[in-house]
Design a protein around this ligand. Structure first.
Ligand code: TGC
Ligand code: FAD
Length: 395
């Protein structure tokens, strides 16, 4: 019966995939089953990113898997890439986040906005997991509105000097290269590849998170950090360049959320079939069945959105507003499913032996980062009405 097996696929999306797409999904799925799921609860509790995964996933060319093979990447299509993100987030949002930032937010801009020398220098090493990147756009006082950033890049004789603070930066203290966005003296936003070992650069990890605990999140402080002209991304000029990177990461999140939701649904279904209350499995009660059916319905809708979005991306017809719709819907749906799965598990659901609570806590971050639910509402509202509701008034 569709949907009763190990992996939920109620509408038979598997049959729409090519052999290569299935292979990518199943290869990474097996790694996640073996290397992530049995260990991640402990890492999450300890507040540690499982660093041994960096090389494992690099060897499988997970990072920037949709970038060309000539730069050492896997050269996969975007549906295969999305399925990989789905599998990683079935394990943990922090693991998917590591790969999203590495591939979508650092390798993609180097490929898209970088010089040939920058591509050759960074992409093969990052694809292999030998070098790690982070992406610094958000600041302590500018998140949803990155145009309000305070970080400044001043021209020097042979390069630039950057001063400012970036906040909530995934992979911050793991990074060998930080892509930092700053405004030049004309107010134009530019992207720079900054060496974290540079004088004036410091990184401070954030340890008080109750979400995304198996992920490194940091503050980056830059005090007059010198960056040579060779490390400025020549085509990363204007806010639109930074926003195009976000589109890549948001695309992966739309798929990743499906993975987290499937993990929670499968756990809740299995538990409900075993758990006896009032002399019968709780899954025999109408209320529990309705909740499981609602999960299957929302996951199926999210799967179809992600799949169709991926086909659009491969055809070159994807619009960034469609990515907003999929990210907004799929993450909010996954969050609701994770919370509901947690409650079906009763008291056991609050522990890290089960996965629903960890996913629910992580998804709070996913709902906020890469554009909050509200920001995507306003992006879509602007698209369908032609009117901008973001504001602009001075408080
Ligand atoms: P706006 O006028 O909307 O845009 C300026 C230009 O950029 C174009 N554009 C986009 N292009 C591609 N993709 C997108 N997503 C784009 N969004 C906008 C736009 O068409 C325009 O082009 P042009 O030619 O007309 O100049 O600029 P705005 O200042 O009004 O921006 C508004 C807003 C809210 C949409 C935008 O700033 C935004 O998306 N804010 C949310 C910020 C955000 O998502 N930050 C994420 C930081 S990174 C992160 O969270 C990583 S988490 C780890 C992980 O990913 O796993
Ligand atoms: P704010 O922008 O201050 O928003 C606060 C609230 O106000 C939200 O509910 C928002 O929806 C609402 N709001 C804002 N504007 C409006 C409006 N016009 N109308 C209605 N409501 C509005 N950033 C990076 O650059 N790189 C990273 O690697 C990165 N990793 C992250 C990892 C984690 C775990 C987290 C939690 C965040 C990360 N971020 C990163 C930052 C993230 O992108 C921002 O948190 C996000 O963009 C929201 O910004 P903010 O937190 O400043 O919230």
């Amino acid at each position: 019966m569709p949907g009763s097996g190990d992996r939920l696929d109620y509408f038979g999306i598997d049959a729409l995939l090519s052999d290569d797409e299935r292979l990518a999904r199943d290869t990474i799925g097996r790694i996640v089953d073996r290397e992530v799921i049995p260990k991640i609860g402990r890492a999450w509790l300890a507040g540690e990113f499982p660093r041994d995964l960096i090389g494992t996933l690099g060897a499988l060319r997970v990072y920037g898997a949709n970038l060309p093979a000539e730069y050492g990447c896997a050269g996969m299509n975007n549906v295969a890439y999305g399925l990989i993100m789905q599998e990683l987030e079935r394990g943990d949002s922090g693991v998917r986040s590591f790969a999203s930032v590495q591939g979508g937010l650092v390798m993609y801009p180097i490929y898209e906005f970088g010089s040939e020398a920058q591509r050759r220098r960074w992409l093969p090493a990052m694809a292999a997991g030998e070098k790690v990147g982070c992406f610094g756009l958000t600041e302590p006082t500018a998140g949803s509105d990155p145009a309000a950033m305070q970080t400044r890049a001043r021209r020097r004789r042979d390069g630039w000097a950057i001063t400012g603070t970036k906040m909530w930066i995934t992979n911050g203290s793991l990074a060998d290269v930080a892509l930092v966005w700053a405004k030049d003296e004309q107010g134009e936003i530019r992207g720079f590849l900054v060496d974290p070992a540079s004088p004036g650069f410091s990184v401070h990890d954030i340890h008080t998170k109750a979400s995304m605990r198996a992920s490194v999140t940091s503050e980056l402080v830059l005090e007059d950090v010198e960056v040579s002209e060779d490390d400025a991304l020549p085509k990363a000029v204007g806010l639109g360049a930074a926003l195009r990177c976000l589109t890549q990461a948001r695309y992966g999140i739309a798929w990743g959320a499906v993975g987290a939701a499937i993990a929670c649904y499968e756990e809740a279904r299995a538990y409900a079939r075993e758990r006896i209350a009032f002399g019968r499995p709780i899954a025999a009660s109408q209320i529990i069945q309705e909740r499981l059916v609602n999960m299957v319905t929302e996951i199926t809708k999210a799967q179809l959105l992600a799949y169709h979005l991926g086909r659009h991306k491969d055809a070159g017809t994807m619009r960034y507003t469609q990515v907003s719709l999929a990210k907004r819907n799929n993450v909010r749906a996954a969050l609701a499913i994770a919370r509901d799965a947690r409650s079906i598990l009763g008291a056991y659901g609050i522990t890290l032996e089960y996965h629903a609570m960890r996913h629910a806590a992580n998804l709070e971050s996913v709902d906020t980062y890469e554009g909050t639910y509200d920001v995507h509402t306003l992006i879509l509202g602007r698209d369908i009405t032609g009117l901008d509701a973001f504001g602009g008034a001075t408080p």
